[in-house]
Each structure stands twice: as C-alpha cells, then as structure tokens.
Write a new protein. Structure first.
Length: 146
C-alpha cells in the first residue's frame, strides 16, 4: 500500500518526526535530505529566507513527484515537507524522507525528488541580506526557464 505524506507549512520542520513518517518493518533503508538556510550567497551575508508558494499547485506537483518515484523505484513510504514564510539561518526549509527495502532505491529516489521539486514545484524564495537588501532567487534548475 502506498503511503505518501506531503505538507507545506509555515512551522519549523522536525527531521525526527519526518523520519518517523516513513518508518516501516518492511524497510531496510531510510534516506533523508534536509535543505537548510545558509548564511551567505556569492559573498553576501544572508540573514533569512522568505518562501512563497502557490500551495494547491505545489501540492499537486509534489503528489506527481511521489507517483513518478513509485514508478521508477521500489520505495515503501515517502514524506515531503516544505516550509513557507520566514526561514532563519540553519533551519530546514525542506525535508524529504523515503524508505525502501534496499538503500539504492531510497538514495536515488531522494536525489530525484529534490532535483525535480526544485525544477517543477511553484515555490519561490527571497534572500534577505544583512545590508537591508533582498532578492527573489530564480531557480537555475527550473524547467520553465527560457
């Protein structure tokens, strides 16, 4: 039975809770990706990120990613949680956890998941710098680029 958990939230993401969502007696591996806010970008000091999303479309795209993963890899459970709103330095903005019988499937599926999420899901981020300036960041992996 498929077990996918998708959530877009303004609250802090617990890595431990996300991991527990994909636990299963049939899983021999759990792979986790945690994307965090770093403190610099091209020499500028970043103090926080602000994320916005078109939530209904983002949830549909995340569900599609889960379906695609299940077609390509033998996974047991999938959890994808993305934060929106203000995300301070060092806090998680996205956590992906995938369990599988064998590690190869979950490792490859997690990489596919984050790469595809960044390319297709309508979630945007603004970097806020210590000098008071900010910039909306274009995702270089986005498939809608011209």
């Amino acid at each position: 039975m498929e077990s996918d958990f998708i959530k877009i939230t303004e609250n802090a993401i617990s890595i431990e809770e996300t991991s527990s969502l994909v636990g299963s007696p049939s899983a021999g591996a759990t792979s986790i990706f945690v994307g965090t806010t770093r403190d610099s970008f091209k020499g500028k000091r970043v103090i926080k990120l602000e994320y916005e999303a078109y939530v209904p479309m983002a949830e549909k795209e995340l569900a599609k990613i889960c379906r695609d993963i299940r077609k390509k890899w033998n996974v047991v459970k999938i959890a994808i949680i993305h934060r929106i709103g203000l995300v301070p330095i060092s806090e998680a903005s996205v956590v992906i956890a995938i369990s599988s019988v064998h590690r190869k499937d979950s490792l490859e599926a997690v990489q596919y998941c984050i790469d595809t999420l960044k390319a297709t899901v309508p979630i945007w981020k603004k970097e806020v710098y210590d000098d008071g300036h900010s910039a909306w960041k274009e995702n270089s992996e986005c498939s809608t680029k011209t």
